[in-house]
Design a protein around this ligand. Structure first.
Ligand code: SAH
Length: 395
């Protein structure tokens, strides 16, 4: 018999609705003294089975739910099956498989595997655990991934702060197989990008922008193109290859720019300039000097991790957009990316409207985009949607 977590009266509805996060406040009592990481049954106040999950008394999310079927153990077969289901989307539906492919294999709640992200970069995989229960099953996960994807190596990347939130000590390390070579690269839209999966940002590369880079590149031929927050050069290098007249890539991180320069060389692209700057300051400097661009991409990092930080985050987006409008020539294209999950598409559009009115510029949204489809959104956990990308014309 597994331990039972019994919900307070009238608190079961979100979990019958298959939302996977059970916060302490919804729980009436726990029966059977489960250890942190143990399997538990979630039960309604009236005694009905709701779902099965993994318990963690140290996390605000006391139970993460993985299965809504009764009597299904969360064992190796279960996780292998969940991963195989995630892979069918990438391989059979989206056709992302192939030599030197880069794609997200599994995206946590979006793939009904709360607390685990797996990316594939050619023959290597990176795994990121953000929950104790699934992190403590790493042997199981590694064995399932080996069986399903036959990689040369699997590397663990850790996110700062997870230890404290979940009570689990994790360190970046090789989990299995050979360490990744320093010149590991993937093919994206026919271009080659280096991926430093041991030291690069996040899990090594921003796979979520793959289709947005291709879409924006279509607008770039003959244009003056600014890629602000370029990381390893994703947007700017796509634009250069598409035939942009000039490309300026900006980032604050030297290792990121080093990767970007190497990526330019790897793809035989020469008309690209890179500058290490604070984008907030530098956009102002460019505007003061009278520089103009026809396409400006803004792809800043996440600005808010909790609700309290939203007003400050919106201020940051507002500031960036005010500066971008100053830099844009008439009929220019503004690409506004926002990976802050707590800021919605509506918030972003509202901010853009305010900035446009202030600047006395007419702005038309020509495309509302999201992440590439290997970053799906589970309809029962829409918090799993986070990336917005607005493409607008600025008159
Ligand atoms: N557009 C990129 C991803 C950008 S990630 C791509 O397509 O791959 C965000 C980037 O912003 C990171 O590379 C980080 O180094 C950079 N960054 C964060 N704050 C910054 C700042 N104030 N000025 C310049 N760069 C900054």
């Amino acid at each position: 018999m597994s331990a039972k977590v019994i919900l307070k009266a009238k608190r079961a509805q979100p979990f019958f609705g298959r939302h996977p996060w059970v916060f302490a406040g919804a729980i009436e009592r726990v029966e059977g003294a489960p250890a942190d990481g143990a399997e538990v049954d979630l039960v309604s106040h009236g005694g009905n089975f709701v779902a099965r999950g993994l318990f963690n008394s140290q996390s605000k999310i006391h139970v993460r739910l993985y299965s809504w079927e009764e009597n299904v153990p969360l064992d190796e077969a279960f996780f292998r099956n969940r991963l195989a289901t995630a892979l069918r989307l990438r391989h059979d539906v989206l056709k992302l498989n192939g030599p030197d492919a880069g794609y997200r294999v599994c995206f946590s709640e979006s793939d009904y595997l709360s607390g685990m992200v797996v990316d594939r970069y050619g023959d290597w995989l990176t795994v990121q655990f953000t929950a104790l229960g699934i992190a403590s099953r790493r042997e199981t996960i590694v064995s399932a991934l080996r069986e399903l994807l036959n990689p040369k190596g699997i590397y663990l990347r850790t996110e700062k702060g997870v230890g404290k939130l979940e009570g689990v000590e994790l360190h970046d390390q090789l989990l299995w197989g050979e360490p990744p070579p320093p010149d590991l690269s993937i093919l994206e839209n026919g271009m080659r990008f280096l991926v430093n999966l041991t030291e690069g940002q996040k899990t090594g590369y921003y796979l979520d922008q793959r289709d947005n880079r291709a879409a924006v590149a279509r607008l770039a031929p003959g244009k003056r193109f600014l890629d602000a927050f370029c990381y390893s050069g994703g947007f700017g290098l796509h634009a250069a290859r598409a035939g942009a007249a000039e490309v300026l890539c900006l980032d604050g991180s030297e290792p990121a720019l080093e990767l970007a320069r190497r990526n330019a060389a790897l793809n035989g692209l020469e008309n690209v300039a890179f500058e290490r700057v604070n984008v907030f300051n530098h956009l102002g400097t460019l505007a003061t000097s009278g520089r103009k661009f026809d396409v400006v991409v803004l792809d800043p990092p996440k600005f808010a991790r909790n609700r309290g930080a939203i007003p400050e985050a919106l201020k940051g987006y507002r500031r960036l957009h005010q500066l971008a409008l100053k830099l844009l020539a008439p009929d220019g294209v503004l690409v506004s990316c926002c990976c802050t999950g707590l800021i919605t598409m509506l918030d972003l559009e509202e901010m853009l409207a305010q900035v446009a009115v202030e600047a006395k510029r007419d702005v038309q949204i020509v495309e509302r985009r999201g992440p590439a489809p290997d970053h799906p959104v589970a309809v029962t956990c829409r918090e799993s949607g986070y990336l917005k990308c607005l493409v607008s014309r600025v008159l």
